[in-house]
Design a protein around this ligand. Structure first.
Ligand SMILES: Cc1ncc(COP(=O)(O)O)c(C=O)c1O
Length: 405
C-alpha cells in the first residue's frame, strides 16, 4: 500500500557524474604548451569550432565569453536603431535581453503557449509593428519552439529569427537541430548547461551578411585580418580565450552521449507520468526532440487538495528533488524593467521618444499562470532508468494521495 514517510520511494540522492575527464585534460595539456592563449587563430578555438560544426554546421562562428555575450553579438549584428523591437518570451534568462537593451532596442514580451511553454506564434504575430526587427526564439528547458511557424512569420514580415539555444543543446525541430532554423543562433557553456566550460558561448549563422561581422561585434570591432585599427562601430570585447575553448572543445565530444541520455530520461518520465490526472508535462510537438535541460510539469490545482508548494513538499518527502516553480516571476516584473532602470536610472530610448514601451503595463497571463502552477525537476545524463522509474512512482503516489475526493 502507501509508502511510509520514513521510506521515501526515491531512496537515493540525485545521481551525478564527473563532468570533466581525460578529454579536457588532454586539451588543457596541449593548451599550456602553446605560445599564446589568444583566441584569434588559437588551436583550441579552432578545435572548438570544428567540434561544434559536427553538430551545428554553421558557416560563420564566433566563440564568446558567455551565452549572454553570444546573444549580444547576435543582436548587434542586426544593427538595431534605438527603439527597434525584438519579440521575446517573458520566461527566459536576463542573458536573452541584455544585448537588446545595450543596443538601445526594446524587448517586446509576448505570451507563451500553455502546453509547450514557448513563444505562441499567434501572439508573436500580433505584436509585430513597423519597428520589429527580430523574433528571439528561446527554446525553454530544451523544448524546441514552433520554429516552422516563427520562421514563416519572420519571412513574411522581413524580420530575423534569433535562436536562443542556451538551454537546448541537442534539441531538434522536425529532426533539424535547433540553431539551424533561424537566421542567427546562440549557445551557452555556463556551468549549469548540458555542456560547460565554466562560462562561455557560441554565436553562429549561415547568413554571410551577418556572419562576416561576428568577430568584430565580439572583438571591439577590430579587424584581425588586417593590421589596421580603425573601428567603425561600437562593440564589446566578448572573446573566449584558449583555456575556456580547450574545455569547451572537449565538452563537445560528449554532446551526443549527454543529449541522448537526457532525451531518454525525460521521455521515459513523460511516458510514465503523462497519464496521471492533474499532472501536465510540457508538450513536445510531434516530430520534435526535447533535450531536457530540466523537466517541467504543470499542476492542475483544482485536481488536488493542497497548494503547489505543499505538493512539491510532498514530492521532496518522497525523495524527489522537486522545486515549486521556475523563475520567481516573468522577467518583465523584474525591478530593472519595472523601473526602466537600464542606464543610470534612465532609459534613453524612451526618454528621447524612440519607444513608448512601459513595462509596468506588460502582462502575459499564460506565463504568469505557468509560473504559479509549475513544478520543476532536475534531469541529467547520470540518471538511470531505475532512478527515473522511482521518480515517476513517487509523483504518481503523491498525486493519488493528494487528489481531491
Ligand atoms: C535561455 C537563456 N538564454 C541566455 C542565457 C545566458 O547564458 P550565460 O549564462 O552563458 O550568459 C541563459 C543562461 O542561463 C539562458 O538560460
Amino acid at each position: 500500500m502507501s509508502t511510509s514517510q520514513d521510506l521515501p520511494i526515491v531512496n537515493e540522492p540525485v545521481p551525478s557524474l564527473s563532468r570533466w575527464d581525460d578529454a579536457e585534460l588532454l586539451r588543457l595539456t596541449s593548451m599550456v604548451r602553446q605560445k599564446s592563449l589568444f583566441y584569434w587563430n588559437g588551436p583550441q578555438n579552432i578545435a572548438l569550432q570544428e567540434e561544434f560544426r559536427k553538430h551545428y554546421p554553421l558557416r560563420h562562428l564566433f566563440t564568446t565569453s558567455s551565452g549572454s555575450a553570444a546573444l549580444h553579438v547576435a543582436v548587434a549584428s542586426l544593427r538595431l536603431k534605438p527603439g527597434d523591437e525584438v519579440i521575446v518570451s517573458p520566461l527566459t534568462d536576463m542573458g536573452s535581453l541584455i544585448g537588446i537593451l545595450f543596443q538601445q532596442g526594446v524587448p517586446v514580451f509576448t505570451d507563451i503557449d500553455p502546453a509547450t511553454c514557448n513563444t505562441d506564434p499567434e501572439k508573436a504575430l500580433e505584436a509585430i509593428t513597423p519597428r520589429t526587427r527580430a523574433i528571439m526564439a528561446v527554446h525553454l528547458a530544451g523544448n524546441p519552439c514552433d520554429m516552422s511557424s516563427l520562421t514563416a512569420i519572420a519571412k513574411a514580415h522581413g524580420i530575423a529569427v534569433i535562436e536562443d539555444c542556451a538551454q537546448s543543446w541537442g534539441a531538434r525541430h522536425n529532426g533539424v537541430p535547433v540553431g539551424l532554423l533561424g537566421d542567427i543562433s546562440c549557445y551557452s557553456f555556463n556551468d549549469f548547461k548540458h555542456l560547460s566550460c565554466g562560462d562561455g558561448g557560441v554565436v553562429g549563422t549561415n547568413r554571410d551578411d551577418l556572419g562576416n561581422g561576428l568577430s568584430k561585434w565580439g572583438d571591439k570591432c577590430y579587424d584581425r585580418t588586417t593590421a589596421t585599427r580603425d573601428p567603425e562601430d561600437l562593440a564589446a570585447n566578448y572573446r573566449m580565450g584558449e583555456p575556456l575553448a580547450a574545455v569547451a572543445a572537449a565538452q563537445l565530444t560528449r554532446h551526443d552521449s549527454i543529449v541522448s541520455r537526457r532525451v531518454r530520461n525525460g521521455t521515459r518520465l513523460t511516458e510514465q507520468i503523462g497519464d496521471i490526472s492533474g499532472i501536465r508535462p510540457t508538450l513536445t510537438r510531434a516530430g520534435d526532440t526535447h533535450s531536457y535541460w530540466f523537466y517541467l510539469f504543470r499542476l492542475d490545482r483544482s485536481a488536488f487538495r493542497v497548494s503547489r508548494e505543499s505538493f512539491a513538499d510532498a514530492l521532496r518527502q518522497q525523495g524527489v528533488a522537486a522545486n515549486p516553480g521556475y523563475l520567481p516571476m516573468p522577467v518583465y516584473r523584474y525591478r530593472v524593467f519595472r523601473h526602466h532602470n537600464f542606464f543610470g536610472g534612465t532609459w534613453p530610448a524612451r526618454d528621447l521618444g524612440a519607444t513608448t514601451m512601459d513595462y509596468t503595463k506588460v502582462c502575459c497571463p499564460v506565463a504568469e499562470e505557468i509560473l504559479s502552477d509549475c513544478i520543476t525537476l532536475p534531469i541529467n545524463e547520470a540518471m538511470t532508468d531505475t532512478y527515473i522509474d522511482k521518480v515517476a512512482r513517487a509523483i504518481r503516489h503523491v498525486a493519488d494521495t493528494l487528489r481531491r475526493p
